[in-house]
Design a protein around this ligand. Structure first.
Ligand code: AMP
Length: 460
């Protein structure tokens, strides 16, 4: 068990009393686990959410390495949104009160460049910024990172969600190879692992919520008559009310029919199968991943390579013959220690398949079938977000920051109203909170992104 007193760390007395004056009596778990490593100069990849004290973890760490007499940027913190950059800036300024001479500059979009350039010219030790604006300064040569010691990627998963992968790569290319890289992320999808591998050196992994890392998938089987599959499927949604789900079918026709049936019953579902062209497939995947579609009705082949962070339920509309396929299907729920649900509908003629699955998993209890399902006639499953398609993309040099900047700047949306941003060659997709859709569309009908009017439509 790590020691959770700040005094166990090798910090200056002035910092210890500053922390006491801030009311920080003990280290939070993420601080207790990561700070000793950060102070040793190690690269760290930490799973930490807002509220865990992560900002102080990297803040105290990077402040310790700053040389106030060298007027160059020694620490850079990249954040996905201006709001987060603001918060991080404030927290680090508080933590820096123990010494007088440390200068921090915020570089976020939506603010004029001039004063930011002025601040940089006066010498900054720490820069906190959002990817688009950091790129602008790097390209103009107004931000120099040659003397950087510590790089922090804060809410890295959210930055990937927002389409900042290329931007981060570019920014990092301006930093010295020999640097400390700290990566903080609320979730650990494969894309974060990949990012860690390309930007970090032998990182120490820190996870705080380690109690439930074993994933738990509840598996339930429902025997029905052949003509009852659809009504049972609906009953499963009404009873368990998952926030999102994949329903597996065998044929393309079945996928379309089931998706239509669900939509007729007020469940936001889309079908995905081999008959869709590339653009249609991209759109379905974008909408499911950005929470503007709650249910995907898929064939096994079409579901391959889906990158979904947290899926609450997998539903087998029909059981596969091969137990291995079943296990592969249900492995998509209950990831990262979250509880998952695997619900399977089967008919009398598929009992052999149920038995094969039970044998394969050596789990006899999986045939415990609940007696009845609570039905809810008023049930609906509406996605939280809506996707807007913009007729411009990578080819016209549109970047996520441009879209984010226009919507949170001139259009007046809050950063939290905007979800995932996906940029393709000729078009881009941005997820917007349903409640803010009208405001966003009103702006996009006349307003400009990067000085241009871009055609925008809600995709249905
Ligand atoms: P964060 O997860 O970085 O957003 O921090 C959440 C809040 O916890 C912030 O308001 C910090 O000021 C506060 N905080 C950070 N570390 C500590 C600590 N060791 N003790 C008490 N509060 C803390």
């Amino acid at each position: 068990m790590a020691n959770d007193n700040f005094s166990s760390l090798n910090l200056p007395e002035t910092q210890l009393s500053n922390l006491a004056s801030l009311g920080y009596k003990k280290m939070t778990p993420i601080q207790a686990q990561s700070l000793p490593q950060i102070l040793k100069g190690k690269d760290v990849i930490a799973q930490a959410k807002t509220g865990s004290g992560k900002t102080a973890a990297f803040g105290i760490g990077l402040l310790n390495g700053i040389n106030p007499r060298f007027f160059g940027v020694q620490a850079l913190i990249i954040c996905p949104t201006r709001e987060l950059a603001d918060q991080v800036g404030k927290e680090i300024r508080r933590l820096a009160r123990f010494t007088q001479n440390i200068k921090l500059v915020l570089l976020c979009g939506g603010k004029p460049l001039g004063p930011q350039i002025g601040s940089l010219e006066h010498g900054a030790h720490i820069v906190v910024g959002t990817p688009g604006r950091l790129q602008d300064h790097l390209m103009k040569g107004t931000l120099k990172l040659d003397g950087l010691k510590t790089l922090v990627l804060d809410e890295a998963d959210r930055m990937l969600d927002m389409g900042f992968a290329d931007a981060m790569k570019e920014i990092i290319s301006y930093t010295p190879k020999k640097r400390q890289t700290l990566l903080f992320s609320a979730t650990y999808p494969d894309t974060i692992e990949k990012m860690s591998r390309s930007f970090q050196r032998d990182p120490v992994r820190v996870t705080v919520e380690s109690k439930h890392t074993e994933s738990v998938i509840e598996q339930l089987f429902y025997e029905v008559k052949k003509h009852e599959r659809n009504t049972t499927l609906l009953a499963l949604f009404e009873h368990y009310d998952p926030a999102n789900a994949i329903v597996f079918c065998f044929t393309k026709k079945q996928c379309d029919e089931v998706a239509d049936y669900l939509r007729d019953h007020r469940i936001d579902a889309l079908a995905i199968h081999g008959d869709l062209d590339q653009r249609e497939r991209d759109q379905v995947l974008v909408r499911f991943a950005n929470n503007s579609c709650s249910v995907l009705v898929a064939t096994d082949v079409a579901a391959r390579g889906l990158d979904i962070k947290s899926l609450q339920a997998v539903i087998n509309y029909e059981l596969p013959r091969d137990p291995e396929i079943y296990v592969h299907r249900i492995g998509r729920t209950g990831r990262a220690g979250e509880k998952g649900m695997a619900l399977s509908i089967f008919t009398q003629s598929e009992v052999v398949r149920v038995n094969a699955i039970a044998d394969y998993q050596k789990k006899p209890s999986i045939c415990d079938v609940p007696e009845s399902l609570d039905r809810d006639p008023g049930y609906s499953l509406q996605a939280q977000m809506v996707t807007i398609q913009l007729d411009a993309g990578r080819k016209s040099k549109l970047r996520p920051g441009d879209i984010l900047g226009a919507l949170t700047g001139d259009a007046g949306l809050a950063g939290s109203d905007i979800g995932k941003i996906d940029i393709f060659d000729m078009s881009s997709y941005v997820a917007i909170e349903r409640t803010a859709l009208r405001q966003a569309m009103n702006y996009l009908a006349q307003g400009k992104i990067k000085g241009r009017t871009i055609r925008a439509r809600k995709i249905k």
